[in-house]
Design a protein around this ligand. Structure first.
Ligand code: A3P
Length: 279
């Protein structure tokens, strides 16, 4: 079953959201003037984008810039390819923070967050039930088939992660995983600070970590797209759902898991990277 054209369209072989961007805008990004101080959070959807958006904006802005305390995370770290609020990115003060689901395409300061693909697929499935931007997929089997064949937003998870992983040692890329953030958030935040050349005091670090733990973010309206009905249907669940490693076990059947493993092994056999499937 192909994804509905109402929700996804292909531009240069890559799936994007139709209502929020268009081919001309995507092509114009080739001329986007990147500043040395720009920082990009890049992920495959449902891999912890909002988590890293929050961490970054806490490291940079929280309490330091007037007004940001009330600003939603998505507006502090807006999407490069989906300019929801028609912001003028050129007039944003440096350092500008952006998010993106795009594949590797130009030189930037990038924090890439990868998450094990079973949890990504399951998170995508649940999200699609109450996201106004996603097509509702009636059962997980259909979603899984689409996910494994790259017919979802941002196309193939395998290509996305492999593309960025190949560049993990580049000086301008920090490659992190959702699972390592979950295991030891403080160490992950320290890695981000090191990468960005930011020196936080122990106390400041405590605040970032505290504000970025799941329960605190789940109860923070700014992290949950509460007012963004263009993303989340009004009155539906929080954007933050469960926030665990291994949730796939609650939904995938033995047969689905075997199929998933088979496709995963075929696609990832050359990648010397061990994903963590459970914590
Ligand atoms: P689940 O659906 O498994 O709960 P994205 O922002 O890329 O769309 O990713 C969303 C996923 O990241 C959701 O996963 C969400 O709950 C999880 N997430 C967001 N903030 C988190 C946090 N502070 N700790 C753990 N998981 C978090």
């Amino acid at each position: 079953m192909e994804p509905s054209k109402e929700f996804l369209y292909k531009h240069k072989g890559f799936y994007l959201l139709p209502d929020l961007t268009n081919p001309e805008y995507i092509d114009s990004l080739e001329h986007f003037v990147v500043r040395d101080s720009d920082v990009f959070v890049v992920t495959f959807p449902k891999s912890g984008t909002v988590w890293m958006q929050n961490i970054l904006s806490l490291i940079y802005y929280e309490g330091l810039r007037d007004g940001t305390a009330k600003t939603e995370t998505i507006d502090r770290v807006p999407w490069l390819e989906y300019n929801f609020n028609k912001m003028n990115y050129e007039s944003r003060p440096s350092p500008r923070l952006f998010s993106s689901h795009l594949p590797l395409f130009f030189i930037l300061q990038v924090i890439y967050v990868a998450r094990n693909p079973k949890d990504v697929a399951v998170s995508y499935f649940h999200f699609s039930k109450h996201a106004s931007i996603f097509e509702k997929v009636p059962d997980f089997n259909i979603l899984m088939e689409r996910f494994l064949s790259g017919k979802v937003l941002a196309s193939s998870w395998f290509d996305h992660v492999k593309g960025w992983y190949t560049h993990r040692a580049d000086y301008n890329i920090l490659f992190l995983t959702y699972e390592e953030m979950k295991k030891d958030l403080r160490s992950a935040v320290l890695k981000v600070c090191d990468f960005l050349g930011k020196q936080l005091t122990e106390k400041e670090l405590d605040v970032v970590v505290e504000k970025a733990v799941f329960d605190n973010m789940k109860s923070d309206p700014r992290s949950n797209y509460e007012d963004k009905t263009c993303i989340l249907e009004k009155g539906r669940d929080n954007f933050l759902r469960r926030g665990t490693v291994g949730d796939w076990k609650n939904i995938m059947t033995v047969a689905q898991n075997e199929k998933f493993n088979k496709v995963f092994n075929e696609n990832m056999k050359d990648l010397p990277f061990k994903f963590i499937w459970d914590l």
